[in-house]
Design a protein around this ligand. Structure first.
Ligand SMILES: *[C@@H]1O[C@H](CO)[C@@H](O)[C@H](O)[C@H]1NC(C)=O
Ligand SMILES: *[C@@H]1O[C@H](CO)[C@@H](O)[C@H](O)[C@H]1NC(C)=O
Ligand SMILES: *[C@@H]1O[C@H](CO)[C@@H](O)[C@H](O)[C@H]1NC(C)=O
Ligand SMILES: *[C@@H]1O[C@H](CO)[C@@H](O)[C@H](O)[C@H]1NC(C)=O
Ligand SMILES: *[C@@H]1O[C@H](CO)[C@@H](O)[C@H](O)[C@H]1NC(C)=O
Length: 359
């Protein structure tokens, strides 16, 4: 047990992007993470170098082993979890603030930095949905797609697209990876920091066009922007909102309620999963329990190697380095992963971390 835990610590890394960071904070963070990465890479390679790939595999903790075979949904448990989560939040309501909650000029206190405020602009207000984009929604099967490199060569695209509702994270690229990740999008999250990191702050025509093309792929589905978490991204959110209005882009905007993150954290805390700040992936699973009878997760794999020891990219689409768990990082990906794995083994959700059957 102790050994397992030690290995666990050594293997700790992040899966999705650091959430809701101001530009400055993101920069500091990236710096810290770069250092942490090299430290951890050292200990990981030491662990692996010690003639022990085999040892490692033989002793592979059960949460790392692939257990697709014979998975079956436990509808009773799914129902119980839905009911439990409803004590903390209701995805129908908390998935987005709505138009009638604010008027232009209102002040919002940032969820994770209550001293700072944001003014509700006309652009933001005009894009707020009239009713929840998930109102009365119910689906037989849903996919929540994380962005881990474990998806590369998975051939999971067709399977992912076959679900009734597909949730994707952080506006990840699709077209070039369709074979492995699919194309269908019904609900896509986007952290404001993506605008700076991937779309050059929308500062010239080239990057603006690229962004517009990506949004067109959303095909009239939901774009979910956590705009009220911390100060720093408001300029980007405003830029996105103005572009969507000006170009009349086919998307339905959603901005999570001011209570969502605390409510999600509260739910997991009462279930003894102490997560300071849930990742987008965990948030999406938690929301999906409200309206999905079967939830299938893909692209969740917060480790630099797969169960057979092959290298796994942090993201399937870029060269970002692994972000290892540290006290500086708000997420606890390996803890989240272990939790999801346990839920998988009980039939509450299905976690796919290997190739898809039809591939
Ligand atoms: C290598 O692994 C063995 C057994 O797994 C262990 O006893 C030994 O201390 C390890 N050596 C190093 C340098 O980590
Ligand atoms: C399904 O989950 C319920 C609630 O946890 C449990 O009592 C039941 O034994 C499970 N059924 C199966 C077939 O595992
Ligand atoms: C919000 O509006 C008030 C007055 O309308 C102004 O004083 C304040 O600076 C604005 N805050 C931000 C963050 O723009
Ligand atoms: C537009 O901005 C991007 C990202 O900042 C930059 O790489 C590119 O060279 C710029 N293109 C033009 C035409 O200015
Ligand atoms: C776009 O949405 C429509 C209606 O929901 C659907 O029939 C069509 O297949 C979608 N196209 C793509 C490329 O996903």
């Amino acid at each position: 047990m102790r050994l397992t835990r030690k290995r666990w610590t050594i293997c700790t890394i992040g899966l999705l992007l650091i959430f809701y960071k101001t530009k400055e904070r993101a920069r500091t963070n990236e710096h810290q993470e770069a250092q942490l990465t090299s430290e951890n890479e050292l200990s990981t390679s030491r662990l692996l170098a010690n003639g022990s790939e085999k040892v490692l595999r033989k002793n592979l903790p059960t949460f790392l082993q692939d257990t697709q075979e014979g998975w079956k949904v436990n509808a009773t448990l799914v129902g119980l979890i839905r009911k439990d989560i409803l004590h903390f939040l209701d995805a129908e309501r908390d998935v987005s603030v709505i138009k009638s909650s604010f008027k232009p000029g209102d002040t919002i206190h940032y969820v994770l930095d209550r001293r700072r405020t944001l003014n509700v602009s006309h652009a933001l207000h005009s894009l707020l949905p009239e009713v929840s984009p998930l109102k009365n929604k119910r689906f037989k099967t849903c996919a929540v797609v994380g962005n881990s490199g474990v998806l590369l060569n998975s051939g999971c695209g067709k399977e992912i697209d076959s679900h009734d509702f597909v949730i994707r994270c952080n506006l990840a690229p699709l077209a070039e990876y369709a074979e492995d990740v699919g194309l269908r999008s019904d609900f896509t999250t986007m952290n404001p920091s993506v605008i700076q990191r991937v779309y050059g702050g929308l500062l010239n025509d080239t990057v603006r066009e690229r962004f517009v093309q990506r949004l067109r792929l959303l095909n009239d589905s939901v774009l979910w922007i956590p705009a009220f978490m911390v100060k720093g991204g408001e300029k980007h959110v405003e830029g996105v909102n103005e572009l969507i209005l000006k170009r009349k882009l086919p998307v339905h905007m959603a901005y999570p309620s001011l209570r969502l993150v605390h409510a999600v954290r509260g739910y997991w805390l009462t279930n003894k999963v102490n997560i300071k700040r849930p990742s987008t992936g965990l948030l999406m699973y938690t929301l999906a329990t409200r309206f999905c009878d079967e939830i299938h997760l893909y692209g969740f794999w917060p480790f630099p190697k797969d169960a057979s020891g092959n290298l796994v990219k942090y993201h399937y689409y870029d060269m970002l380095k692994y972000r290892y768990f540290s006290n500086a990082s708000p997420h606890r990906m390996p803890l989240e992963f272990k939790t999801l794995k346990t839920l998988h083994s009980k039939g509450a959700l299905k976690l796919t971390t290997s190739k898809c059957r039809s591939a």
